[in-house]
Design a protein around this ligand. Structure first.
Ligand code: MTE
Length: 331
């Protein structure tokens, strides 16, 4: 996403988006390899990722038991990404713009007490304490393919329940057409809130029928444990057929509305990040192709890229939501 400067000395202007994280990562790997010799660098980089993942997890995060997925598309059989990668290669701009920033800095996030406000066009507006929200429906494990707009992907076992369960509980009015998700924006605990990199709070949105699709997950955990802070604790959204930035983290407000929400990335660069942001190999980002992706964990300089699938492989489940729409216009 938008990045200005990097510790490798490359600088990018405000609107020169991540050259694509893949390209950037390779360039960075190349620089490192040239600078210090292959083996040493590779070991050092693994060691520090390991240390970060350890510090963020074991023994510290509570188990979050879940039943198996009950819906079609809810458990891809592809190899699950290592926890270490999923918890140390993150986008969470409230905590910094480099991929390893959130794992290093998100420990300042306070997730207790936590509540989520439900407001706008609903019959039953409410403020749910996290403990009550977690108990609202049965937790399921959903193993989803995730595709970031920057050209990389992962397979993550999330724990949560379909967003539709909560929506049914609060009874939206007939006039509600969209759902807006607002993340916490606390400058005291989130070092980048207040920086010019995005307009805060981070806001995302879905059309009502997208939010009601059973694949759309309100998630409280991953890999059988509660979410680590860097992955959006204590509650986040997971919408597997859309680019990763549609998945708002650390959500504090869910608002029902009749207007298309103004989302953080759309505000930052409307020509690059549309409201829909469905994964689509046929519609390029203005500055790079979306036809292929790099699976995190299969990296290395010469790793073969994978073909990106329409709707990230979830076309059978969600394709009909967009019947008749021009997906080049509604990107
Ligand atoms: N939510 C908030 N609040 N802030 C962010 O910067 N980044 C988004 C999304 N949700 C982001 C966010 C982007 S760009 C991606 S790719 C995913 O979170 C990354 O989620 P992950 O770190 O769990 O893989």
């Amino acid at each position: 996403m938008l990045i200005r400067t990097h510790d490798d000395g490359f600088s990018h202007s405000m609107t020169s988006e991540i050259t694509s994280a893949g390209v950037y990562q390779r360039r960075r790997e190349l620089m490192q390899l040239m600078a210090s010799g292959v083996a040493g660098t590779a070991l050092a980089s693994w060691a520090s990722r390991d240390a970060l993942a350890q510090a963020a997890r074991p023994g510290k995060l509570a188990a979050l038991p879940a039943t198996k997925a009950t819906i079609s598309g809810g458990a891809t059989m592809e190899k699950v990404t290592d926890y270490k990668d999923a918890s140390t290669y993150n986008n969470f701009y409230e905590f910094g713009t480099d991929k390893d920033d959130p794992a290093r800095t998100a420990h300042t996030l306070r997730t207790k007490p936590w509540s989520v406000e439900i407001e706008g066009m609903v019959k039953k507006p409410a403020r749910y304490q996290l403990e009550d929200l977690i108990k609202l429906s049965t937790q399921e494990e959903r193993i989803y393919r995730m595709r970031c707009v920057e050209g990389w992907s992962m397979v993550i076992p999330w724990v949560g329940y379909s967003m539709s369960k909560l929506i049914e509980k609060v009874e939206p009015l007939g006039s509600a057409k969209y759902v807006e998700f607002v993340s916490l924006a606390d400058p005291k605990t989130m070092p980048y809130v207040g920086s010019a990199v995005l307009a805060w709070p981070y806001v995302e949105g879905l059309r009502m029928d997208e939010a009601m699709n059973p694949l759309t997950l309100l998630s409280f955990g991953m890999y059988g444990e509660v979410l680590p802070n860097q992955n959006g604790a204590p509650v986040r959204l997971v919408v597997p057929w859309k680019y990763g930035f549609k998945n708002g983290k650390s959500i504090v407000k869910i608002r029902f509305t009749d207007r298309e929400p103004k989302t953080a990335w759309n505000k930052a660069a409307a020509n690059e990040y549309g409201f829909y942001s469905n994964v689509n190999p046929n519609v390029d980002h203005p500055r790079w192709s979306q036809a292929t992706e790099r699976r995190i964990g299969e990296d290395g300089l010469f790793a073969k890229k994978r073909k990106t699938l329409m709707f990230n492989g979830y076309e059978a489940q969600v394709g009909q939501l967009y019947a008749g729409m021009d997906l080049k216009k509604n990107y």
